[in-house]
Design a binder for this molecule. Structure first.
Ligand code: CO
Length: 134
């Protein structure tokens, strides 16, 4: 059911330092920081040939990643995102299999303007999974 890896999101305590590591040390193509207020994060996109890395930093005082950074002050992998063809069909199949879909179960428009859902990490080997309609 899942298709390509779309991105891995890494929460970082310092976006500028994170961008420097990916641009200068790892030699990747790195975007300018982009505020995504509706998601409560500022994001730097790292473009790799086969996927993206997204460095995410809290934006505003109700950021969904604030508590993650409190538990992981040095930063860490926050979620992985897989593409699916039909997000509602994917959701229904996952729910039928007993997986927990976060929120109200209705897809929301994600950072790339496409519908996304998040799946409970306890059902997926301790990893928060985002699915995005491609
Ligand atoms: Co994401």
């Amino acid at each position: 059911m899942i298709g390509r890896l779309n991105h891995i999101a890494i929460a970082v305590p310092d976006l500028k330092a994170g961008a420097t590591v990916y641009r200068d040390t790892l030699g990747a193509k790195v975007s300018a920081p982009l505020d995504l207020p509706e998601h409560g994060v500022t994001t730097v996109f790292v473009e790799l040939p086969n996927a993206k890395i997204e460095l995410i930093h809290p934006l505003g005082d109700k950021s969904p990643i604030a508590s993650f950074l409190e538990r992981n002050p040095a930063g860490g992998i926050h979620h992985v995102c897989y593409e699916v063809d039909d997000i509602r069909a994917a959701r229904d199949r996952l729910k039928a299999a007993g997986a927990r879909v976060l929120g109200d179960g209705e897809p929301k428009v994600g950072a790339h303007g496409k519908p996304v859902l998040f799946l409970h990490p306890k059902d997926f080997l301790g990893t928060l999974i985002e699915i995005e309609e491609r």
